[in-house]
Design a protein around this ligand. Sequence first.
Ligand code: PLP
Length: 393
Amino acid sequence: MTTHLMNTYARQPVAFVRGEGAYLWDESGKRYLDAVAGVAVNGLGHAHPKLVKAICEQAAALIHSSNLYRIPQQEELAERLCALSGMDRAFFCNSGCEANEAAIKLARLYGHGKGIEVPTIIVMEKSFHGRTMATLTASGSRKIQAGFEPLLSGFARVPFNDIEAIRQVGEHNKSVVAVLVEVVQGEGGINVLAAEFLVELRRICDAHGWLLMLDEVQTGIGRTGAWFGFQHSGVAPDVMALAKGLGSGVPIGACLARGEAAEVFKPGSHGSTFGGNPLACATALATLDAIEEENLLENARLRGEAIRSGLRQALASVPGVVEIRGEGMMIGIELDRPCAELVAVARDAGVLINVTSDTVIRLVPPLIYGEAEVNALVAAVSGMVKSYLQQAA
Ligand SMILES: *Cc1c(COP(=O)(O)O)cnc(C)c1O
């Protein structure tokens, strides 16, 4: 019964009771191949033995103590994330929107520190940064904003991948302090930021003294086949938001900063009761360990490429398929028509997929896929796309 839950989700009529690796089982015992991974969260798949062990051991020792005290697991996680990313400091929170909220607050404080009274952050069309008031304002979707006005001021929006538009804003708006962008737009339809764009954006940010802030909530922690999406371009951000894959489902988010940006927050600037507690940090550390030990970055790169090339082969001459794109285990299949109903078709066939931005099938499988899962996913998805396009035509 859902009558006592607020009506915030259009939920599918299925509940899962168990998971193992890349598979989930529902209440009736039916098995599903998971290509959603809890919306790009369960990078290690389900019930990963080392992760489960780390969670149990930490829960038995200490779940929470608060940020009134030192938290060794938090210190270790900050050190690990900084070593992997080249960033200098981390702030821990509990979700993606909170990680972006921290980035937005950091950018505003940085701006005020430079004497800019109304600091402005450049954001992108079709972006998604979360559902808090600041992050829904930053998001480029009217659907997410409608009804929640007044929105915040201090944001300027430009088209995705349009470097000239950013240059224009920079010329006319002297209050810009930062640019916030996803390396691959997830909710927006698996739109990949051009590597040249990021290189040029870094140059512009340096020239103006703006912070380059990357929302890697979905792309971070191996999802694109590198630890962080920006590492494909060789361009380093000043601020980076993480969440989804970081805790493998135990809620944790992080805002990392480098250089001058890392020194902006002072005691009292920002905080969180739960943020970076021993349980969440131990889980994140175990997640990083497993990604390293099992070579999951390379696996994500190779399996993701195999899924894309398999889909391209199977759907090569099929009218209605606009594009197959993505990076690592972030895969988009854009059709020329809305295709939300494919989610139920796939589910009935025992495959969990997602549709975003109306016309884009989004596949964000666990990073642990093997060849069997790749082949099963390609066969199932290409088959149902073909028959869907034929029947709708
Ligand atoms: C999911 C997501 C968020 C929001 O994360 P929550 O944990 O739901 O607050 C923000 N940015 C991006 C890019 C995301 O994919």
